[in-house]
Design a protein around this ligand. Sequence first.
Ligand code: C2E
Ligand code: MG
Ligand code: MG
Ligand code: MG
Length: 282
Amino acid sequence: QAKKEGRNTYRYHTEALSVAANERLIMENRLRYALSAEELILHYQPLVDARTGYVVGVEALVRWQPPGKAMVPPGKFIPIAEETGLIVPLGEWVLRTACKQARAWIDAGLSPLVMAVNLSVRQFQSENLVGMVQRILEETQLPADYLELELTESMFMEHVEQSIETLNKLKTLGVHLAIDDFGTGYSSLIYLKRFPIDKLKIDQRFVRDLADDHNDREIAATIIAMARGLKLGVLAEGIESEEQLAFLRQQDCDYYQGYLFHRPVPAIELEAWLREHSVPNR
Ligand code: C2E
Ligand code: MG
Ligand code: MG
Ligand code: MG
């Protein structure tokens, strides 16, 4: 009986695996097509200065909109793009599109906004990352100072020296560097000591229960204090309520991001809000 069950279990697993592998292949092909057929779009979410309440930047977040179907969130296709290597052309498209948009907002007379763009592990490790960033900045005529790249701790796990070299080259271009989802990776405080980082983004998993989880409050407060001591900027992600905001304000967090301020939306839907919340011209 056990043997029979074992065999059935085995067969069940291989079938499940091949179904998953097959779905993945279909997904990969669809995604490849999506990239060429311009089915990808960027949404933008404001980053707000805590002291003034003005918008100081936006984060570009990619979405996949297959015609006549529901929007696919990045969590569903970025990992597949990452595994298949499609992330490299996809990431280049994201960077170019985001930089063009930032340039367009400058030309439209908006006050300066930093464009924050997420990088993936494979992109970070690709040999021509720095060259690609430089080329896109030139192509789009965006001053490097308007671009912030969001990195994750997992990127630095292997090849530490090489990572530092890449980051230094990026800093030399003049772009800003932020660590995204801070506190959820294999954090090693050595990064903060040796890496030319400008900002920490506190992961939303620590922000979600700030109103009533003692541990999260301690963690968030500690990250903010540490960032202050190290002279790094610090932003809290995923702020949805006034209670969370009150706590972060009390801890003197520098920047805010979350649905409480604005959801990620297409550029066209954000423009009026950006104008309203921009640093006034003097
Ligand atoms: P992330 O970079 O940490 O981006 C923040 C995520 O939190 C976004 O999810 C955003 O929509 C969501 N968010 C913002 N405010 C709130 C809030 O108040 N409450 C809640 N519950 N969520 C909030 P999204 O757009 O689904 O992106 C998920 C992740 O996918 C991103 O996390 C990032 O790691 C990745 N991603 C998105 N776009 C790109 C891209 O262009 N390239 C790469 N490599 N990764 C990307
Ligand atoms: Mg991000
Ligand atoms: Mg994050
Ligand atoms: Mg992230």
